[in-house]
Ligand binder design. Structure first.
Ligand code: NAD
Ligand code: DAU
Length: 353
């Protein structure tokens, strides 16, 4: 058995993207030590990492990234040389309803983690890396044309995107001022298994399953650029190993969908898979009051990561969506589990049903 080559602290590893990233890294790099640091908020669920929990190169720590003493003691105990930072409050609607927790977790939490890493690595930054995982929402909203590039100006519009934009700038500030080795990526909308059913795709699959209304905001004309979560995990892997220090990489699927077209496609696929009459899910579509400040269109120019690092999305959308729907229909226990208790209160508050 050869020695541990890297000790990587992954924050937010019990959430949606973090759990896929950990599964990928644990299986691909047996000589890396992967530490999953997660507070297990409503969005974090250890069931998401059940299949890797016994792996010899994996361990879990429950901790809060806003707690400086806790972060310092993790760096004191473990020889962490790499941080991949995903822990965040991530849902736009929740940020509109309760913005302060977004400021606390995404801004204070990121600054706290940066500070703990800087203190631990001061004097010896060689071989160290702080990788910050961020979102395309920092660039604001596009009209009918154009794509977000790495040099698009920041123009965040929701408490969520503003807190992520600020966290990106904090990472750059620690890089610039203290010489912390940093790299950032900004990704478009992810979809796939294990996504909490507050986000469009899993929420609507779950609602169709229960024959509940499908609440489409506004006219359903907003556009999102969807990427399968495992493709995002692969992109993070490539940037981790090949990315240039101080750089930012945009990640996206070249896969723009108007919400209503995506919802109609989901309806058709779920009806087919459940053996229901054609059109029965579409009858559930209900147009509801628009999200406050709803960004119209996101679309990523991913040419930099494709050109410089050779990454490309691997899955066609219809295949990824079909696979995703199959997962939710085959994992009803997971859905029932995460939608019990506090989820009901959230749903009633947001959608009044
Ligand atoms: P998620 O909400 O599914 O998971 C977030 C995780 O962070 C949860 O496990 C939660 O318990 C943990 N967490 C929250 N507060 C914490 C704290 N104070 N201390 C420690 N852990 C805490 O989010 P996700 O969709 O997997 O997103 C992960 C990251 O990727 C976020 O930073 C998000 O901004 C970014 N991102 C998401 C998308 C997307 O489409 N979901 C796209 C681009 C970027
Ligand atoms: O672009 C990346 C971002 O994508 C990530 O940074 C965020 O963490 C992630 O939540 C996601 O943000 P969105 O707001 O785009 O995703 P959401 O799934 O919430 O909504 C997708 C679209 O669907 C958006 O235009 C709003 C709409 N929508 C959403 C919900 C939950 C509805 O019409 N009805 C709904 O009930």
């Amino acid at each position: 058995m050869s020695a541990i080559e890297k000790t990587i602290l992954v924050t937010g590893g019990a959430g949606f993207i973090g759990s896929h990233l950990l599964r990928h890294l644990v299986r691909t790099y047996p000589h890396y030590k992967l530490i999953n640091l997660d507070l297990l908020t409503y969005a974090g669920n250890l069931e998401n990492v059940r299949d890797i929990e016994d792996a010899p190169n994996y361990s879990f720590l429950r901790a809060d990234i806003t707690d400086l003493d806790a972060m310092r003691s993790i760096f004191a105990v473990y020889p962490v040389d790499t941080v991949i930072h995903l822990a965040a409050e991530s849902h736009v609607d929740r940020s509109i309803d309760d913005p302060l927790i977004f400021v606390k977790t995404n801004l204070l939490g990121t600054a706290t983690l940066l500070q703990a890493a800087k203190e631990a690595w001061d004097g010896n930054m060689d071989g160290k890396l702080f990788y910050h995982v961020s979102t395309d929402e920092v660039y604001g909203s596009l009209g009918e044309d154009g794509l977000f590039t790495e040099t698009s100006p920041y123009d965040p519009r929701s408490p969520y995107s503003a807190s992520k934009a600020g966290s990106d700038q904090l990472v750059r500030a620690w890089g610039h001022t203290y010489g912390l080795p940093v790299v950032l990526s900004n990704c478009s909308n992810n979809y796939g298994p294990n996504q909490f059913p507050e986000k469009l795709i899993p929420l609507f699959i779950n609602n169709i399953r229960h024959r509940k209304a499908l609440p489409v905001y506004g006219k359903g004309e907003n556009v999102r650029d969807w990427l399968y979560v495992e493709d995002h995990a692969r992109a993070i892997d490539v940037i981790l190993h090949e990315g240039q220090l101080g750089e930012t990489y945009n990640i996206g699927g070249h896969n723009e969908w108007k919400n209503i077209d995506l919802v109609r496609l989901m309806c058709r696929l779920v009806d087919e898979k459940l053996g229901r009459a054609e059109g029965s899910a579409e009858a559930l579509i209900t147009y509801v009051t628009d999200r406050a400040g709803h960004d119209m269109r996101y679309a990523i120019d991913a040419s930099k990561i494709e050109r410089e690092l050779g990454w490309r999305p691997s899955l066609q959308f219809e295949e990824g969506l079909s696979r995703t729907i199959d997962w939710y229909l085959e994992n009803e226990t997971w859905l029932d589990h995460v939608t019990s208790g506090a989820y009901q209160e959230y749903y009633d508050k947001m959608y009044g049903q």
